[in-house]
Design a protein. Sequence first.
Lengths: 308, 328
Amino acid sequence: MVIRRFEEEAARNYAKGKIGGFLHLYIGQEAIAVAAAEVLEERDYIFQTYRDHGIALARGMSPNAGMAELFGRDTGCSRGLGGSMHFFDVERGFLGGWAIVGGHLALAAGTAFKSKYTGEDQVTICFFGDGSTNIGGFHEAMSLAGLWKLPVVFVCENNQYAMGTPLERTSPIKDLSIKAKGYGMVGDRFDGHDVEIVQERIAEAVDRARTGGGPTFIEVLTYRFRGHSMSDPAKYRTRTELEQRKQQDPITVARDRLMGLGVEESTLDDIDLEVDEEIDAAVRFADESEPAREDMMMSTVLAPEAES
Amino acid sequence: MRQLRYREALREAMLEEMERDERIFLMGEEVGHYQGAYKVSEGLLEKFGERRVIDTPIAEAGFAGVGIGAAMAGLRPIIEFMTWNFSFVAFDQIISNAAKVHQMSAGAIQVPIVFRGPNGAAKQVAAQHSHSCAPFYTNIPGLYVIQPSTPRDAKGLLKSAIRSNNPVIFLEGETLYGVKGEVPDEGVEELTPIGVSRLARPGTDCTIVTWGRPYYTVLAASERLASEGIDCEVVDPRTLRPLDTSLMVESVKKTNRCVVVHEHWPYGGPGAEIVDRIQREAFDYLDAPVERVTGLDVPMPYALNLEDKVLPTEERVIDAVKRVAYAS
């Protein structure tokens, strides 16, 4: 719910002109980030694309730090230097939102390489979209991860569209998970609207990586309810398709399950209200925060060198 | 001091640093079992084993990215490109990731990594294998770009590059690997600072700024000019980003004339940057426009007679110096 409300509020503030640049919302895909965050240990590493608010919040970033980043404020998670596409939360192992399609997969193989090199039992998880599976960066990262049996889990969030182009016009195969075989790794494929299923299956892959069983390539079938970014009205798909997909809204699914388990509707409504307040507070916090600082911009071009 | 070849100096730098720091590893194509395509890494596999000297498939974007990710997580990789010509398929990794993440993360993530390998024309390897790559990388804030001319600087600067907390583009001379020069004796550690230029030849009549392969062309041309009564002062910037202009500007204030000689193409790049800085910082001292002798503005041809025309020659250097000295 935090992610959903955060994204809805981000969209509203984008429309108001409070947020600039590109804004890609995670609405509809929330179950995947929530499930992954539940599975991972504190020491693990996470990489995501530019659609990165969901996993950052699921991992524990405060909505304040996230919203302030969108507003370009010094209190943001990247101090206003990254923006929507470049959230970072290194303390929680979230190593970034990356905005060149396919460019961060090799980085994830790199942090996994480090874990293997030092013998630490960390796992790296790397999210990307179906659009990434056609670019060279995907192939080279998967090749090396498979070759060196690196402790990494590649999670393709297949939301059916590479920007505006549906999968059947970008890929000769429907089942992307079969690509795993070509890289000598285990492949898996499942629906992403039920948080429990996603959690169970990601846990299998994470355990495999942690216990020396090498990488896994997972394809999670999901759907984004909004356009690719705020400038996209998503005219390339029908209203019927969208409405059908909304029947499987991960949040409704989770809510129904909880009620089925005997949780009172009023309890869930109370949680909704709390979240509304938390996100409203985040917007106020962002609005009242100091703008991004010029001295930070200049001093972070290069890292400080050790005194020799 | 000992005499060492440029490639031996580089090897010693890596060996000494890898012995000092377990986090350093060497990764690239043919660096291990093959002993390096140019034998720079010869013997390192035997010394450090497959854990730290890692052969890769032909996948520059992949292993450059793995290196960057490993550096982000605390290791200190040395990534060898068999030649810098092959770095273009890894360009996105270097530009979009290595050079950007420190700032994008507001300083939370450092990328201590060295990308190294041979740069520039060799002999008759034609258009796709003869790139002088400094201009592509010097444009990028967030990177250091180093191009050593001598064995001593190759060793001292590579050691400093490996110890740097930032991504370093280390451009070695493909034709310089066999060049011999003085290098401090074993046990004498020299860490040449990044971003400090060096006086290569003192003189009084004309300043020549040069680096890399043309460095030797310029030194030879300077001897010929001296015999004609023109005494050139030669400054080697050694690091192209950040660029230390203090020595070259001081020199121009003394000689009042300047020629910049480089292998890369004339359009932009460090050569043009140096001319811009000199005209701004020493405008009142110049008695002639600053001249440049560059690689010609063409893809490198295969035929030897044409390649010789493209690369800076002693004759072109001498002509340029005489033009600025009004001595022709």
